[in-house]
Design a protein around this ligand. Sequence first.
Ligand code: BGC
Length: 418
Amino acid sequence: MTTAHLPSAFLWGAATAGHQNDGGDTMSDTTFLENVEPTVFREAAGVGCGTWERWPEDLDLAAEMGFSAFRFSVEWARVEPERGVIDRSALDRYDAMVDRCLALGMSPVVTFSHFTAPHWFACRGGWPHADAPADFAAFCEVVMDRIGDRVAMAVTLNEPNLPRILEAVLPAQAWGGIAATLDAADRAAGVERYRAGNVVRREELDLVEAGFERAHIAARDAIRARRPELPVGMSLAVMDEVALPGGEARREAIIDVRYARWYRLVEGDDFLGVQNYERAQYGPEGVVVPEGGETNEMGSPVEPESLAGAVRMCHAATGLPILVSEHGLATADDDQRARFIPAALEGLDKAMADGVPVLGYLHWTLLDDFEWIAGYSAHFGLVEVDRETLERRPKPSSRVYAAEIRARRGAPAEQPVR
Ligand code: BGC
């Protein structure tokens, strides 16, 4: 039975991740993979958005939008650049961030692994290695000892089911690119099997998922041992899976592949993080892509109603309270985002009115940041970042989002949850 204290007020904010923003995390597996030859990454993250130094400015921007929460990841490779060696100065930076979030009225939501892991961990064989759960749990303990007393929610792993979703989406050529990248990493690192969390060989999907499962349980136990009342869970990539007439069996089959093992795994968690970007529709013959509608800059249909569908599906399957730990839109056309956010929130309002317990909504993301293999070509941010100067410029959609928050949150601001 859970002893967690769930946040008493709805959490409004944005979700971010270290590697995509910070810049300069030279000891991570992802940095290594970005720089091998060949690589599936369009470009390397490099200086990122400079957030490692500029975080106070970013938190101010977040607070100006009326956020009551802020999600960020603690980068394991920064904290433990070599196995067993803890960099206290990295912890100092996270400690200061947490204090500043609270001072600005934002509850910190912390992700312990947002796809990235230390290079030494990947060299050793990554998540499937027998020592991975214990090492990850030990890292979680170090973080908890430093900031655990002041965070509002803990997310162990980010989207461990994403590689599986990509299985049906990526063309064969992309799987070849992933394998070539990992082969190059084996050679460059001089190891037998270099394994990362979000660049996964197709034939190893199951192996890596099983490793993630063990790591989640170990991390959850470690976090609870340090602070039993801190709500702990993980996040899943969730498509709004919709059956058209005759497509019911196909939908069920895809749910089984993409979510079933995770639904079982999170049974003992305090909440489930739902991360939704898209909808998939199934007819009797398979996936049906609607024609002629609006698309995002990656070419997928824009479906604001998909958020509520994903949230309803996950709650119905698990019975858990839901945190919308990510939701957003890749678009260079900010008007599109400005329409998308209110439409999606309207659907979420309805789901909540129907009794679905939703703890918060964290928009992906604050800044135009490093979008993994797509590099800096995708624009998910509420704030534009000049790639030359790293200057931040809030987009009009940030004001739209702020108004949506104000309309629901009212004034005065609640106290941050801790
Ligand atoms: C991830 C983010 C990513 C976002 C947009 C999620 O899969 O957690 O790191 O940037 O989606 O693609």
